[in-house]
Write a protein that binds this ligand. Structure first.
Ligand code: IMP
Length: 187
């Protein structure tokens, strides 16, 4: 199966501009600082760039989750926070919000720990696919219903290290996870 060529949706310069804006928005909203909680692994590139645009004190912590079954929204925490977030201003940093199921689960978990405030900062927002209404206070880029790769986002652990966000051919990737490798990495 020949994949449709990957298409650049957001190039490196656009990413930097969007992430800088989010850093400025966070800094303005939390003059006394905040705890950024990033969800592994997809948010790593975003978080690493974002913190360098935050101009107030901020702490960083990580959560890792694993899905029980794709599309069910049932997830469990496989690496928990080291930080006690009770009475703290917390911002959950997500790579992409698609159906909103994962985010809703994580927000519920964090809310039970009694943060002073809890908001979401998402790089990409696929609004058309939302099943659970999810308030996103800080959004980098709204995108169409496309399967995206790069800047932390993967298919079967590939493509995370692209410095741009591309739309991939999901049917071709399902048949062959390396479907876009030659085209995207042999330049
Ligand atoms: P949700 O629970 O449907 O909102 O999706 C949650 C997770 O699915 C995200 O955090 C991503 O890890 C993954 N995901 C959703 N859409 C995409 C995509 O287009 N590319 C890569 N991963 C995605």
């Amino acid at each position: 199966m020949t994949p449709a060529p990957a298409r650049v949706l957001i190039d490196g310069d656009e990413l930097r501009t969007g992430v800088a804006r989010l850093g400025a928005e966070l800094s303005a909203a939390y003059p006394r600082g905040m705890v950024l909680v990033a969800v592994l692994k997809g948010s790593v590139c975003f978080l690493a760039d974002l913190v360098r645009f935050v101009t107030v004190p901020c702490e960083v912590d990580f959560l890792a989750i694993s899905s029980y079954a794709e599309g069910t929204g049932r997830v469990r925490i496989v690496k928990d926070l080291d930080t006690d977030i009770s009475d703290r201003d917390v911002v959950l940093v997500e790579d992409i919000v698609d159906t909103g199921l994962t985010l809703t689960y994580i927000l519920g978990e964090l809310e039970r720990r009694g943060p002073r405030s809890l908001e979401v900062c998402a790089l990409l927002d696929k609004t058309a696919r939302r099943i659970v209404p999810t308030p996103l206070r800080f959004v980098g880029f709204p995108i169409e219903d496309e399967f995206v790769l790069g800047y932390g986002l993967d298919y079967a652990e590939r493509y995370r290290n692209l410095d741009q966000v591309v739309a991939g051919d999901l049917a071709a990737l399902r048949a062959e996870p390396d479907a876009h490798v030659e085209e995207l990495f042999s330049r």
